[in-house]
Design a binder for this molecule. Structure first.
Ligand code: NAD
Length: 499
């Protein structure tokens, strides 16, 4: 059985609990590897290694730091196929989708290559008589990232790309469900010329997370995962005087106005609701047609499109989506469909009990369409995180605007319309962090920043872009005056001249 160890100071380093976590191959239902779970003593070793290397890295000029990022970017591109296949074999998403996962992380590395420009401070001359003011951004020291299973390449790179470029050392605690790609990223980062100990990977569950939250030498924590845990991380990390950003779950709505291009909407929903088996925090699992007529027309077009989706193993190049991550998650999704049915939703297309011929033990869930879902249903209020699309009918624009605005989550939302005024009004008023206008998955590009609202995001600084740089640095402001010396007009401090 393949064993996955921690990555401490540039090499493997098991100590600690002796406990292990099984890594599935979701397409076959077999256990393919085991990952070691660490504890506080293992973390302490990683922190000591980080402390040794971080001051020198912070003092390294930004163009040299950028060179490591450039080299890392090249290595990822060279290894894209291997990374994507490894990712897809543990996560279950199809290989093309896995390449997208790597690519979106890589884009943040590309942004981090611009660290010399991004980290320049501000300067004002003669802010008072003989007084100049300048500000600079200094690294925090050691940062940590705790990441979810669903983007095992992208989210770690969002975090460590910015943190390390800014001069910090970084300790990553990836999801214990698919840890191999984060490990490969750490190896490639070393190969790119980073010093040992700058990027380390510790594996574990709550025990390791608590050790990170309590370690006095970890200055900042970035978390992405489910909301209850995000809140816990935020509160305990902040109580320990750390800077914390913690991003949580989501239930993103797609509002369909009567004038929308419904063929385009159906095409977009096929990807946004079912791609990656719905295991995306920016998926679109709720569609809100405005008006009964829009709802009926949309449903009529959705049914054949959903029935045509092909579910397959993650290596199947023709599959629309693959299995979900674990057998527990498959059971959880199916139980949400049971709940929705009991609550009175109409199960239009039922993905429960789906099996893939030849892969009967894989964790597949068929595409599911639920209609007449209402805001009081638990299956609407909570995140399902599977290939399940819910139709919530709204009578008019105001009701459609209220649904995502009043939902506990506020990650992403999209409005489909041809009416510029409606779109503009919606974007201005909706109580959600990331808005798409005819863009179903509005993940901002790497030079903007990413962050949801309400229970989708605790803390007030976003991921990546200039916000990422702000998160991983503190600003220092210097006000200076240089006296001219004598006071007798003789200019005691002579200004050196050339030659
Ligand atoms: P999860 O919350 O189960 O795990 C996330 C991390 O927390 C993992 O590293 C895990 O080891 C750790 N963890 C798990 N239980 C813990 C506990 N009791 N105490 C401390 N740490 C614990 O999330 P997941 O299932 O891996 O990922 C899916 C979730 O992440 C979904 O809710 C999804 O919406 C969310 N997500 C959000 C975003 C975003 O940007 N808002 C992005 C991706 C995923």
């Amino acid at each position: 059985m393949r064993q996955i160890d921690h990555f401490i100071s540039g090499g493997a380093g098991s100590t600690g609990t002796g406990r292990k976590h099984q890594i599935w191959n979701p397409s076959t239902g077999e256990v393919q590897a085991e990952v070691a779970l660490g504890d506080a003593s293992l973390l302490a070793r990683a922190v000591e290694a980080a402390k040794k290397v971080q001051p020198e890295w912070a003092a390294t000029n930004p163009q040299r730091r950028a060179r490591v990022m450039f080299k890392f970017k090249q290595l990822i591109e060279d290894n894209m196929q291997e990374l994507a296949e490894l990712l897809s074999s543990e996560h279950g998403k199809v290989v093309d989708d896995a390449k997208g996962d790597v690519q979106r992380g890589l884009e943040v590395i590309e942004f981090a290559c611009g660290i010399p420009q991004a980290s320049k401070g501000e300067y004002t001359t003669s802010a008072g008589p003989g007084i100049d003011v300048f500000s600079m951004r200094q690294p925090l020291g050691i940062g940590a990232g705790i990441t979810p299973f669903n983007f095992p390449a992208m989210i770690p790179m969002w975090m460590f790309g910015m943190a390390i470029a800014a001069g910090n050392a970084f300790i990553l605690k990836p999801s214990e469900r698919d840890p191999s790609v984060p490990m490969r990223l750490a190896e490639l980062f070393l190969e790119a010329g980073a010093p040992e100990g700058l990027l380390q990977v510790v594996h574990g569950d709550k025990e390791m997370v608590d050790a990170i939250l309590d370690h006095p030498d970890i200055a900042a924590i970035s978390f992405v995962g489910s909301s209850d845990i995000a809140q816990y991380i935020y509160e305990r990390g902040a109580a320990n005087h750390k800077r914390v950003q913690a991003f949580g779950g989501a239930k993103n709505h797609g509002i369909v106005m009567p004038d929308a291009d419904l063929d385009q909407v159906v095409n977009d929903l096929s990807g946004a609701a079912f791609g990656s088996a719905g295991e995306r925090c920016m998926a679109l699992p709720v569609v809100v047609p405005v008006g009964e007529e829009t709802a009926e027309r949309l449903k009529e077009k959705l049914i054949p499109a959903i029935n045509a989706l092909r579910v397959g193993v993650s290596s199947d190049p023709d599959a629309h989506y693959g299995p979900v991550v674990t057998p527990e998650h498959k059971a959880r999704i199916e139980s949400w469909i049971d709940t929705a049915e009991k609550e009175g939703a109409e199960v239009v297309i039922d993905g429960r009990g789906f099996t893939l011929q030849g892969h009967e033990d894989g964790f597949f869930v068929g595409p599911t369409l639920l209609d007449h879902v209402t805001p009081d249903m638990e299956s609407y209020k909570e995140e399902i995180f599977g290939p399940v699309l819910q139709i919530v009918r709204a009578k008019d624009f105001e009701e459609a605007l209220r649904l995502p605005s009043e939902h506990q989550y506020g990650n992403g939302v999209c409005i489909f319309t041809r009416n510029g005024h409606a779109a503009r009004e919606f974007a201005a008023r909706v109580n959600v962090g990331m808005v798409g206008i005819n863009v179903p998955i509005p993940v901002p590009v790497s030079y903007h920043s990413f962050g949801g609202w309400k229970r989708s995001g605790f803390g007030d600084i976003d991921q990546y872009g200039m916000e990422g740089l702000r998160f991983w640095t503190k600003s220092k402001k210097v006000t200076q005056r240089w006296p001219d010396g004598g006071g007798d007009g003789s200019n005691a401090f002579l200004i050196p001249t050339m030659g």
